[in-house]
Design a binder for this molecule. Sequence first.
Ligand code: A3P
Length: 293
Amino acid sequence: MESFSRPELFDFKGVSMSSLFTSNWENIQTFQARSDDILIATYPKAGTTWVSYILDLLYFGKKNPERETSLQIYERVPFLELNMSFMDSGVQVAENLPTSPRLIKTHYPSQFVPKSFWEQKCRIIYIARNAKDLAVSYYHFDRMNYAQPEPGDWSSYLQRFMDGKLVCGSWYDHVNGWWEKKQTCPNIHYMFYEDLAEDAGREFDKLCSFLGMSPSDEEKKEILEGTSFDKMKNNNLINHSVVPVMDFKISKFMRKGKVGDWKTHFTVAQNEEFDNHYRKKMKNSSLCFRTEV
Ligand code: A3P
């Protein structure tokens, strides 16, 4: 989209953000969650779309097959904070969702989540992805998505990732903030991209048990097949190929879908520096990430 100019990054209540995620703040904060809403929360590029589509098929694949062939994934699972001039805001789409439950996505750190989600004790699914693969995935996403600030080159991008100067702020604060929240909030299911990549069936079973769902073996098989990387990549209602601000000539939304792709991007020196920095940032955290499976 040539006429669209990239937004600037700025500090918003202590977190780096772009105006696309903050300009609807009042309406977001007063959003009325319902007790059966399910919030899918992630730092960008952690596997939001993957889990969104799994949940979409789990809840509506059989009940509402028309939805599966007519609506884009972002219409089925609205992005709460997104506010762009040429489309309904995430809040509007969420408010107009006819489904029960409503599946809603957010990239906010936990302290920005509207209070009604906590008051209503909504179930929240948080997906975390290891920092190295996430940084690579985010870099390519920012290159192709004109609704994101200018990414610059890879080495400066990696430095900004380490400094928390990307949209949604510090990855370290995000994953740790949600992890701490999980310790006192039984409504949060915290899962990892790498576990899903390693054994989607096992993680699917854990998700179902958290949600109190019991799909048949056949349904489970169908959902896991439909949500494989290749199926999602070729599904035009899922792969974001119609999003006007994304330039697929630069990179695809469904790019590689791998654990360990960071090895093709990090130099030995970058990896050493990153590991040193990571150890310091995560020294008080009990979170443990895998960078290969
Ligand atoms: P890559 O850029 O590493 O390929 P989000 O939905 O949070 O924006 O995350 C996008 C990332 O999740 C992309 O990572 C994308 O390829 C990956 N992804 C989406 N669906 C996937 C699937 N079914 N299996 C593996 N990875 C998937």
